[in-house]
Design a protein around this ligand. Structure first.
Ligand SMILES: Cc1cc2nc3c(=O)[nH]c(=O)nc-3n(C[C@H](O)[C@H](O)[C@H](O)COP(=O)(O)O)c2cc1C
Length: 225
């Protein structure tokens, strides 16, 4: 019982953080919104081609609302996007798999990383990004932000991501996109960042057909062919 209350408290705090941050980015991001609209008109995206890659970070183990899972929520969404646009996938894996498998411990580690502005290492070799023009990039919302390991990825690959079209997506349990798009624009200022998609993690787990429809509608709204 105590554990459940602690879990709910942590989640509530996370949501408060998120809404605060989203409100801030909304009030300061007007010019960038305009940029994005312009980008939208300029960019023609060629789906169903070898030019498109889906990059994601996702965790299994104990997750909020869905219990213990062996297929991460964000992984499910990433695979759905990959199938829809016929693109290859690349999963960012943490070095030494240092993240705990229980929700409480994971939230503590993630919070500490955020407070330290840490850049946790990932272990796998990044594919040759020069082969791709369009890159979907997604992760779970952690404490109202991208997990810090994603900033490691953005910074280490900033040069390779230059001039690419980046399309963010999140899974979450109430915070939506949490400003992933604005934060990605700041981290990769030389890339074009398109409108993102937020999917509730428990929907990815429990209602994949509905999520597939949502992904398809979003992709066609981004404009293609
Ligand atoms: C460390 C941590 C922090 C989280 N913070 C938030 C949050 O701020 N807002 C939110 O809506 N969900 C939050 N969640 C819930 C996750 O975003 C959600 O369960 C997600 O779908 C998990 O995806 P995954 O299985 O791909 O890792 C958090 C989960 C964890 C583990």
């Amino acid at each position: 019982m105590k554990k459940q209350i602690r879990k709910l408290c942590k989640f509530f705090v996370a949501l408060v953080v998120v809404f605060g941050i989203t409100a801030c980015s909304g009030s300061s991001g007007g010019a960038k919104e305009t940029d994005n609209k312009e980008n939208k008109e300029q960019t023609q995206i060629d789906w169903k081609s070898e030019d498109t890659l889906v990059i994601y970070f996702s965790r299994t183990g104990e997750q909020y609302k869905v219990g213990t899972i062996d297929h991460g929520n964000t992984a499910i969404v990433a695979e759905t996007i990959g199938e829809t646009v016929d693109a290859e996938l690349y999963e960012i894996l943490p070095a030494d798999d240092h993240y705990p498998m229980t929700y409480d411990e994971l939230t503590d580690v993630a919070k500490q990383e955020q407070e330290d502005n840490a850049r946790p290492a990932y272990e796998n070799t990044v594919p040759d990004l020069s082969k791709y023009n369009t890159i979907f990039i997604g992760a779970p919302v952690w404490w109202g932000d991208w997990p810090m390991i994603m900033y490691t990825f953005f910074e280490e690959n900033a040069k390779a991501l230059k001039d690419k079209t980046l399309i963010p997506f999140s899974t979450h349990e109430g915070s939506g996109l949490s400003g992933f798009d604005q934060k990605l624009r700041s981290a990769c200022p030389d890339s074009t960042v398109r409108d993102g998609l937020a999917i509730q993690g428990s929907d990815a787990q429990n209602d994949p057909d509905a999520v597939k429809q949502e992904v398809e509608a979003w992709i066609s709204s981004l404009g293609s062919e």
